[in-house]
Every structure is written in C-alpha cells, then in structure tokens.
Design a protein around this ligand. Structure first.
Ligand code: 1BN
Ligand code: ZN
Length: 333
C-alpha cells in the first residue's frame, strides 16, 4: 500500500484538532504533531496544540454549587462553606493551592476574615499567565426594587459565581492537559464589600494580592472574569482594559472571533472599577471581561436579588470559557 504523505497527515490532524475544539465535545487527549517531516520545498505549519473542550455542564454545576451555599459575603456561613468548596475543587486540579488570608475592618467595626485562593499550575515555570475572578458576593442589594430588602446580601449567581465557575472548569482542563506555560488562577475575596461611592472598600482581595506580590512576579498578562454568566451575554471591550492592556484585549477578542464566539463585540464598553485595576497598577497588564448590562440596557439585575442562576446560562459560561482555554493553550514557552 502506498504511504500517505506527511503533509496530508498534518492537514488531516490539524482539521480534526480544529473540529474538536469547536464541537463542544470532549477532545481525545492527544497531540497532533506529524511524526515525519514534509518533503523539502513543501510548506510546513504547526498545528494548534490539542486541548480538551470546555464543558458547559460542568461549569454550570460549579455555578450552582456556589449559589447553593447562599450569599457568600465576608464572615457569613455561606462564605466559609464556599471557601472550603472552591479550595477543595482547586486542590483536585492544580499543582499547588495557597490560601492568602488577611483582614479588613468592616462598617460596624467588625474584623472581616478574608481569603484569596491562589492555585498554580507549573509553579516553577517563569513564563506565566494569570486568570482571576472574585468569589465573594455583595452584602447588600442596594439596587433592588424592594427597598425593604436592600440591606440583605445577594446570591450573586452572575456577580461572583460565574467567573469562578468558568475558572474551576478551566482548571479541570489544565489538569487533563497541562499547559505549556505556568498558569495562576487567583480567586479574590472582598471585591464587592464597599458601599456605593466608598471606593476604598471595594477590591480588597486584589489590592492585598497586588501589595503582597513579589516584585519579580510579572505574568505575561492577566485576564479577569466578572459577570460572565448573564443569559443575554454581551461583551464589549471594557475601557480601562483598552487603556492599560490593549494588546491583551486584542488577543482575546481576536481569539473569540476566530472561534466564532459572537458574544465578544468589537466595540468599547464602559469604564468599570474592578479587580484588574490594582493588578495593572502593580505592572501586570490585565483586562476585565465583564458584561455590566445585566441583562440589558433596560433592566438591571446587578446588585439586586434577581442575580440568580435562572438569569444566567451554561452557554454564556461556555462562550467565555472556550475563549480563555484557547488563549491559554496558545501560549508557547
Ligand atoms: C463589578 C461587579 N463591580 C462590582 N460588582 C465593580 C464596580 C463597583 C462596578 C462599583 C461599578 C461600581
Ligand atoms: Zn458586584
């Protein structure tokens, strides 16, 4: 039987790789490099590395597992239970997990016990990327239509659980197929503690992380996920991200376009104060992938008791997760 030319094998393998990445099915865990070199004079190309598909069902289970703990505002029972849950999930996937504990004095003079969860893959690799989200939820629902319930903590399905859910599923992928560079997944506490207008009491975990970090810790880029679970997901380019990290915005939105993920729009959104700001100020070019219009321009579930799983979707988690996975696995040493 005639031998199949190496170039043909490479083309077939690359097509299969592209197909499996976009199909929503779990890809077989294998690499796709041709075993022989193509004949002299023929074009060579490197197929994209294979990686397992982002599974929306598992990501959705990570979202509902968090909301099942109830509100996860600092010092609440749900906060303690959820911390144990996400740390346990990451210990099952990452090479190393650390809990970065710190305190903050709350509005009633109480000591808030706060914890950033830091999970590392390939912890000794100097070439690294940073993925992050906040895991705490807001202690009050000041935007709720029901004034009597504005002092009650929210469930935070979108604002809290969604970014964590995507990153826990990405962590599972990284366990199955290790990345070619180091990856840090950092889940910040205390992002949403502050009262409206009191900016100093927001972003507590990211400020602490940025202040404590070793000056030599400078990942290639950071990507923050916040409010990525909205069932009507629309992702414009957040303005601080465009200002601080335009190349990272470009890379991520181009990756989305190449995958046909249409929730990422090539337009500028609002300026959002979020956990990417302390990181950028500390020299880590970090973008915020955020849909602040939840669910749209005419309705507002943000910081209300309507921020529940029924207003989120597994498809939205998959849209974002598939882009993040592609960006991470495209990194070369
Ligand atoms: C994002 C989600 N943020 C809070 N929950 C940050 C923020 C704080 C955005 C104040 C706008 C105003
Ligand atoms: Zn919030």
């Amino acid at each position: 039987m005639a031998k199949t030319p190496a170039l043909v094998i490479a083309v077939v393998l690359a097509a299969l790789a592209a197909c499996s990445r976009n199909s929503g099915q779990t890809a077989a865990l294998q690499t796709s490099s041709p075993s022989t070199s193509p004949p002299k004079g023929e074009t060579t190309f490197m197929p994209s590395p294979r990686y397992p598909a982002f599974e929306s069902g598992r990501a959705w289970a990570y979202l509902t597992a968090q909301t099942a703990f109830g509100p996860r505002n600092p010092n609440s029972a749900g906060h303690a239970a959820c911390l144990a849950y996400i740390a346990g999930a990451l210990r099952a996937s990452a090479d190393d997990v650390r809990l970065q504990e710190f305190t903050h004095t709350g509005y009633e003079g109480q000591t808030l016990r706060l914890t950033n969860v830091i999970a590392r893959f390939r912890p000794n690799d100097p070439a690294r990327v940073l993925l992050c989200a906040h895991w705490d939820t807001r202690p009050r629902a000041e935007q709720d239509e029901n004034k009597a319930r504005r002092n009650e903590p929210i469930v935070g399905a979108n604002d809290g659980a969604s970014g964590v859910a995507v990153l826990l599923e990405v962590a599972d992928l990284l366990k199955k197929v290790p990345p070619a560079v180091g990856v840090d997944i950092v889940l910040f506490d205390g992002e949403d503690y502050g009262k409206e207008g009191d900016h100093a009491s927001y972003l507590l975990g990211s400020r602490y992380f940025a202040a404590q970090k070793d000056p030599s810790y400078l990942p290639r880029f950071g990507i923050l996920l916040d409010m990525v679970g909205d069932a009507y997901l629309d992702l414009p380019k957040e303005q601080y991200s465009v200002r601080y990290a335009p190349e990272v915005v470009d890379m991520v939105w181009k990756t989305a376009a190449s995958l046909g993920v249409q929730q990422f729009h090539d337009e500028q959104g609002e300026e959002i104060m979020d956990d990417h700001l302390p990181l950028n100020e500390a020299g880590i070019q970090t973008i915020d992938i955020i849909d602040f219009n939840y669910p749209d321009n005419t309705n507002r579930y943000w910081h209300t008791h309507k921020d529940t799983p029924d207003h989120c979707s597994a498809a939205s988690l998959e849209a974002v997760g598939s882009v993040i996975a592609s960006v991470v696995y495209a990194q070369v040493p």
